[in-house]
Design a protein around this ligand. Structure first.
Ligand code: CTP
Ligand code: MG
Length: 239
């Protein structure tokens, strides 16, 4: 019987966490005795369809290599760039260089270190939907009523129909070569690329939305820490 394919993963951990305002970058804040980055890595290291992990670090990071998980045989590290998209490019280039097996059909997953509450079921669903497709992202339908402000003030211009609105999450999964070309060409056009899908959309690709869960929060502000602590404790109970 043919074994299910496995895929490389890029974990983005080169940010400084300015909005969190902690002493260290937010991926190194401890929750239940483990850093946020270790929580995130543990989920993927224990998923059967992940072949290797490239962790993208800040040039001044002097913490990661002191963590026991840095010795894991599936993990390598690389230095990221000023913007999230630059860190993604570093990871993609590294994977390209590492593997002589890389072909035009090689897929890659990209995930924010700051989303430690990601679960196995969501990862499996994303892979199952995307592995024979252009690619896609985990996302959830927008729950709140959405207002558009008038330019540069806090007066409401209008209410946006939320029927078709989704909130993008990670992981996102695309063919490595497609994603690389899409990001390079978007950058040449001076477009602002805030996630992998936006680069792919600009390239004309039809990107699939895969239903995730609202627990897959991006830990951004101090108030997100208590929710992440709650979700992570809950997750450990169910494993
Ligand atoms: N990231 C990265 N390289 C950058 C910027 C961000 O690898 N140049 C990573 C972050 O470490 C994070 C993910 O991308 O895991 C999502 O970014 P965000 O939540 O914005 O994290 P920060 O940029 O660290 O936070 P802030 O914007 O508040 O400074
Ligand atoms: Mg940021």
């Amino acid at each position: 019987m043919l074994l299910p394919a496995t895929f490389p993963l890029i974990i983005l951990a080169a940010g400084i966490g300015a909005r969190m305002g902690a002493k260290q970058a937010k991926q190194y804040i401890e929750i239940n005795g483990k850093t946020i980055l270790e929580h995130t890595l543990d989920v993927f290291l224990s998923h059967s369809r992940i072949s290797q992990i490239v962790v993208v670090l800040h040039p001044k990071d002097d913490i990661f290599h002191k963590l026991p998980i840095a010795q894991h045989e599936l993990i390598t590290t690389i230095i990221g760039g000023d913007e999230r998209v630059d860190s993604v490019l570093s990871g993609l280039k590294h994977l390209n260089q590492m593997s002589n097996k890389t072909n035009e059909n090689q897929y890659v997953l990209v995930h924010d270190a700051a989303r430690p509450c990601i679960d196995h079921t969501s990862i499996s669903q994303l892979i199952e939907v995307c592995e024979n497709d252009v690619g896609g992202i985990l996302a959830i339908p927008v729950a709140d009523t959405i207002k558009q402000a008038k330019a540069e003030n806090s007066l409401i211009d209008k209410t946006i129909n939320r029927e078709k609105l989704w909130q993008a999450q990670t992981p996102q999964m695309f063919k490595l070569q497609d994603l690389y070309s899409a990001i390079i060409s978007a950058q040449k056009k001076g477009l602002n690329i805030t996630d992998e899908a936006s680069a792919m959309e600009h390239s004309g690709a039809s990107v699939r939305l895969v239903l995730g869960t609202s627990k897959n929060i991006k830990v951004t502000h101090p108030s997100d820490l208590s929710l992440a602590t709650y979700y992570l404790a809950d997750k450990e109970k169910t494993i």
